[in-house]
Design a protein around this ligand. Structure first.
Ligand code: NAD
Length: 495
């Protein structure tokens, strides 16, 4: 019998949750890895009630003690980096290097959460009026919920719960049902680091469980990362139920290549940024915008992409792994098919096979030229190893194209011109901008901010601003009449 993925409810690992179990499969073979049962409505209620109670005690734990928990957690995550990387690779099919990168980016957030005392400092102004002072406290919210996608099963849960917990909240995580075991291991390590047993709850499931969580009267805030339709649904539903919500959604990321850019650099960076992780990154480059004669680089790009092959994570030569599921593969293949009707297909990865893994969800690198904004392959977030080339005459035209796109997660420009780079970074309407860097994900002491259709909500978060999401600022204005002061030998006390 396949291993059951346990839920963490009220500090207990429960293997016998209510709903009918379904299989989590290995994307390199589609063989079952483990099985997971959705939480019942009663189990969700138990998780919320337990988190609500845990919050009362946890919020009283001094901030430096909460920070020390994060220091111990960061240390344990580092000790288990290889093991967690192997688990991520097993569940997602990512290469080991990529899987370890997923874990590492999460460790960096736990590290940032250990700095929570400084990040939670309020503000003060003395004498806002004669004899009146104002100061603000930053206080936790209560029970916060996180809904995470399949593509970064370590990093994205770690974007959320360490910061929320360090701020003094209790947290309920609903990881992706496609790779839920990584979240379980992250939870085990948090308990091993000495966390009170009930400040983190982990429940599994799909829409039904998510909807119950985001409408529950005792949940104060919802963090979501995933696709656009689900992000919109979660944002609408959670805010309709008066929750604070931040929803990070899909993307279509453009890289603009100016004619003066270094061709070797462009080609090698574009290969990794477009088909790395099988294109299943919200910051993957899916559109290359060649300005003027930069289009001459396209044949070399095709040749380099043709050398890249996916493979099993045990194969160190594999450039990337499979897509997460047969459904994801079928969707990507149908978009490639649609693209072939609309644009020039320079490289077609539809018939990709990997020796020894005939049933894996493989798609080879795919390259289209002559793509226009009206085409389906331009409009859809493909989320596969597919790169679309668009050619334009000028930087202004490139900016117009990128700014007209409904998404705004990441973008980059490759150029030797400081003036072109400055103009691009100033005028582009996208949250993360790279200059000669293809995937500009900021370190966690900066905010991660999608624009336009890539983000719904406020308090653009994680990293520094994450503290602002998971807390409420309370401003206190106080007047202390001088005639209330009583002098004693040692101290000044109030009557
Ligand atoms: P998804 O939207 O299908 O699932 C995300 C989560 O929502 C999962 O936990 C899932 O169980 C839950 N869910 C799915 N359907 C639901 C529904 N109808 N109602 C309520 N909950 C539901 O996303 P995915 O396929 O797991 O992840 C890929 C997507 O995530 C891509 O679009 C990618 O761009 C996006 N993503 C965005 C960022 C970012 O920071 N902007 C980061 C990573 C991934």
């Amino acid at each position: 019998m396949a291993t059951r993925v346990p839920h963490l409810i009220n500090g207990e690992w429960r293997h016998d949750a209510g709903g009918a179990p379904f299989a989590v499969t290995d994307p390199t073979s589609n063989q079952p890895l483990w099985e997971v049962a959705s939480a019942s409505a009663d189990e969700i209620n138990q998780a919320v009630a337990s988190a609500k109670q845990a919050f009362q005690a946890w919020r009283e734990v001094p901030t430096p003690e909460r920070a020390r928990l994060m220091l111990r957690y960061q240390h344990l995550l580092k000790q288990h980096h290889d093991e967690l990387g192997a688990l991520v690779a097993q569940e997602t099919g990512k290469t080991i290097a990529d899987a370890k990168g997923d874990v590492w980016r999460g460790i960096e957030v736990a590290e940032q959460a250990a700095n929570v005392s400084a990040l939670m400092m309020g503000e003060t102004v003395e004498n806002v009026a004669r004899g009146v002072d104002t100061h603000s406290w930053v206080q936790p919210l209560g029970v916060c919920v996180g809904i995470t996608p399949f593509n970064f099963p370590a990093m994205i849960p770690l974007w959320m719960f360490p910061m929320a917990l360090a701020c003094g909240n209790a947290f309920i995580l609903k990881p992706s049902e496609q790779d839920p075991m990584t979240a379980v291991r992250l939870g085990e390590l948090l308990l091993e680091a000495g966390a009170p047993k009930d400040i983190l709850q982990i429940v599994h499931g799909r829409k039904e469980q998510v909807d119950q969580l985001i409408t529950h009267p005792d949940v104060k805030a919802v963090s979501f990362v995933g696709s656009v339709p689900v992000g919109q649904h979660i944002y609408r539903t959670a805010t309709d139920h008066m929750k604070r919500a931040q929803c990070f959604a899909g993307a279509k990321n453009h890289m603009v290549i100016m004619p003066d850019a270094n061709p070797q650099q462009v080609v090698s960076q574009l290969v990794g940024a477009s088909v790395g992780a099988a294109g299943q990154r919200c910051m993957a480059i899916s559109v290359a915008v060649f300005v003027g004669s930069a289009g001459d680089m396209i044949p070399a790009l095709r040749d380099e992409l043709a050398k890249v092959m996916p493979g099993h994570h045990s194969d160190t030569a594999a450039a990337y792994g499979p897509l997460i599921s047969p459904q994801a593969r079928a969707r990507v293949l149908s978009l490639i098919e649609a693209g072939k009707q609309e644009a020039e297909c320079l490289l077609d990865g539809s018939d990709c096979t990997v020796p020894g893994y005939p049933d894996g969800n493989w798609v080879g690198p795919t390259l289209f030229r002559g793509v226009t904004p009206q085409m389906m392959i331009y409009k859809e977030e493909i989320f596969g190893p597919v790169l679309c080339c668009v050619e334009v005459e000028s930087l202004d035209e490139a900016l117009k194209l990128v700014n007209a796109n409904p998404y705004g997660n990441g973008t980059s420009i490759f150029t030797k011109s400081g003036a072109a780079a400055r103009k691009y970074q100033h005028e582009v309407e996208v949250g993360q901008v790279g200059i000669n860097i293809p995937i500009p994900v900021p370190l966690p002491f900066f905010s991660f901010t999608g624009w336009k259709g890539s983000f719904y909500g406020d308090l653009h978060a994680y990293g520094k601003q994450g503290v602002r999401f998971y807390t409420e600022t309370k401003t206190v204005t106080s007047r202390w009449p001088e005639d209330e002061i009583v002098e004693t030998n040692m101290t000044i006390s109030l009557k």
